[in-house]
Ligand binder design. Structure first.
Ligand code: ZN
Length: 249
């Protein structure tokens, strides 16, 4: 049986939370290998500090689509994000994306295009949130052929996964894999391991029965993936960790 200590599963998507990082005391409790995405422009400088204390962590700058209406105006975003990328050298761009269930989709598209352009200009991976907008996102990604990245909290069918693969997009597998009737759980037996990463989305996407998620939950999701794919858990963990290194290094 695998245990936490022997098997760190690299977390492909999480956020700063009071549980993982206390900005006043500079104490970090998250595992070393975590890709920590901004949700707003206020996170950017905190993430730089976080990476100084945890040099194996990767950090991303972006504005989550839920926050765009109370963050930088769209006409200021390009210049400010570009300047911060040049100065602070984040490891990826994100979180950004589209959400049909929340906010103004046209405005989200404007913010997203700026993130995509800067990711391509600086040759950085991009981490994308996408809820019920896969067709719009795939169409837009067609305009940025050099981009690579990850669709976080992936939950769609096998055909959509194939389309993302053609756009150099990895898939972030999180707590949704534990829901047996989800599209993800139904399609995950066939998803190619080389396209997959494991993520906690800490603290926001806990498994049933927990208040918050954290990076150590990634082991549970990796074991579930191994079970659904009928593969050796050690092989699955080694492969998703290698995918993490390939995407973020
Ligand atoms: Zn997130």
């Amino acid at each position: 049986m695998l245990n936490n200590l022997d098997h760190e599963v690299y977390d492909a998507h999480c956020h700063l939370s009071n549980e993982s990082y206390n900005p006043t005391t500079n104490i970090v409790t998250a595992p070393a290998h975590s890709a920590v995405a901004a949700t707003s422009s206020h996170d950017w400088s905190k993430l730089v500090t976080y990476r100084q204390i945890n040099p194996k962590a990767k950090i991303g700058f972006g504005i989550h689509p839920w926050n765009i209406e109370r963050d930088l105006p769209v006409d200021k975003l390009e210049a400010q994000l570009r300047a911060q990328i040049e100065q602070q050298q984040p490891d990826f761009i994100g979180e950004t994306g589209l959400d049909m269930l929340k906010g103004n989709l046209n405005l989200q598209l404007e913010y997203l295009k700026i993130h995509l352009q800067l990711a391509q200009d600086f040759n950085l991976p991009i981490i994308l949130h996408c809820v019920r907008a896969h067709n719009q996102l795939l169409e837009l990604l067609g305009k940025f052929p050099k981009l690579r990245g990850m669709i976080h909290a992936y939950n769609a069918n096998f055909e959509t996964a194939k389309q993302y693969r053609r756009k150099n997009m990895q898939l972030g597998i999180g707590s949704i894999i534990l829901t047996s009737n989800s599209q993800l759980a139904k399609s995950s037996a066939h998803l190619p391991l080389e396209q997959l990463l494991i993520e906690s989305d800490a603290p926001y996407m806990p498994m049933t029965g927990k208040q918050t998620s954290n990076s150590t939950d990634c082991l549970t999701y990796a074991l579930e993936l191994a079970m659904l794919q009928q593969k050796n858990p050690s092989e699955v963990i080694a492969r998703v960790n290698q995918n993490w290194l390939n995407l973020f290094s």
